[in-house]
Design a protein. Structure first.
Length: 394
């Protein structure tokens, strides 16, 4: 079968170039993160900057202009912010919350903690605070390391490496799956115990608040074709769509996303400073352009006016897709999509303070295209990434 040529929307190209110019990382690294060729990224950058034919990307309706290069003062402020974040991360790593409970419960862990921080605080002071004897500590340190202790130390290094590589987003189940993918034969319980003893935990989520949509309009409402059956045998047979809003120093930034139910991949997205129908249509058009689904696809959404609008219905008809809508004020009819937004906010939004919408756009683009689709493993997919699940299904 001939390989399908991948296509990218102008919005995708602009955000890819903005990510390259703002990150300061090599072009090959950014391209690999996004799953594209470096030559494509180089050509997009030249086109956007007006140094190649075409000068600007076509079809930029409603999109924001490219982000300007940060001034030296902005760069200095960003560096200071990153340093503060690094210091906070180090403090959380070195002195985990409720550490006394874990340290007092296991002498081996307590002694290891004292040895690790012996250059920072006096040994006798730490022994008194943690309720162990200095003679016990020195006796422990003089003993030869057991095979189990050496194995745990190496495993702990691997756990910390994976946990840090995913920006503290992984808990024990995903860390265990990542270790198994690397060929490590280790039980999940052992990983859980090791992480608990050393205060290594995933980012905590806030309480889930079901959101409802204002469906007070006279536009046509489609029937609910899913009825909370969140199973799909193949990619591009059921898509879910929804909109969320994110705070910035300039006001709200609205994100529309389209999720493939079979692979949990975000196949389309769009970001605007408004919630008009153009937002949802742009996300749907990106998904159609990159996936090219066959006729009969089900596109499920809530009853918001953005999804009942004539422009959105026309785009669905052009694709040969069937519209489906949730019941009134029932976000659980679109639960996988709500789950993605919850994950996005726990792992990214709640960890950031964006001064501008452009800053938020760059981080959201990097998270969706560089991390969520290509690196983050999902329990619903048997601990595969959405990209891996898509390749496996084809």
């Amino acid at each position: 079968m001939a390989k399908t040529r991948r296509e990218f929307t102008p919005e995708f190209k602009r955000e890819a170039v903005a990510l390259l110019e703002s990150s300061g990382r090599p072009q090959m690294q950014v391209a690999a993160e996004l799953g594209i060729q470096p030559s494509m990224l180089r050509q997009w950058r030249a086109t956007l900057n007006g140094t190649s034919p075409g000068s600007r990307f076509a079809g930029s309706t409603g999109a924001s202009p490219p982000s300007p290069v940060a001034s030296p003062s902005d760069q200095a402020a960003e560096i200071a912010r990153l340093r503060r974040e690094l210091d906070r991360t180090r403090m959380e790593r070195d002195v985990p919350k409720k550490s006394h409970r874990h340290l007092r419960g296991d002498a081996q862990v307590t002694f290891a903690f004292i040895e690790q921080h012996a250059r920072t605080w006096p040994v006798r002071l730490m022994c008194r605070v943690l309720g162990v004897s200095p003679s016990g500590f020195y006796d422990w340190r003089s003993r030869p390391e057991s095979a189990r202790s050496a194995s745990n130390r190496q495993l702990l290094d691997d756990v910390r490496r994976i946990h840090a590589a995913h920006h503290r987003r992984y808990g024990a189940p995903r860390v265990h799956a990542a270790l198994r993918a690397e060929g490590r034969s280790v039980s999940r319980g052992r990983v859980e115990r090791l992480m608990r003893r050393h205060g290594i935990r995933a980012l905590a989520g806030r309480r889930f608040r079901p959101c409802t949509t204002d469906s007070r309009h006279d536009l046509p409402i489609a029937p609910n074709l899913l009825k909370q059956d969140f199973s799909a045998a193949r990619p591009d047979t059921v898509w879910l769509a929804d909109i969320t809003y994110l705070p910035t120093g300039e006001g709200w930034l609205y994100l529309a996303a389209v999720l493939d139910l079979a692979t949990r991949k975000i196949v389309g997205w769009s970001m605007r400073d408004h919630m008009r129908a153009e937002l949802s249509v742009a996300a749907l058009m990106m998904a159609a352009q990159r996936q090219r689904p066959a006729a009969g696809l089900i596109c499920h959404s809530d009853r918001g006016s953005q999804y009942a609008a004539e422009a959105y219905r026309k785009q669905l008809a052009a694709m040969g897709a069937r519209p489906s809508m949730s019941r009134t004020a029932c976000c659980y009819d679109n639960a996988p999509m709500e789950s993605f937004f919850h994950t996005l906010k726990v792992e990214l939004v709640h960890q950031r303070r964006w001064a501008t919408r452009d800053e938020a756009r760059r981080d959201l683009f990097a998270y969706i295209e560089g991390y969520y689709n290509r690196q983050r493993i999902h329990s619903a997919l048997g601990y595969l990434t959405p990209e891996q699940a898509e390749r496996t299904a084809k």
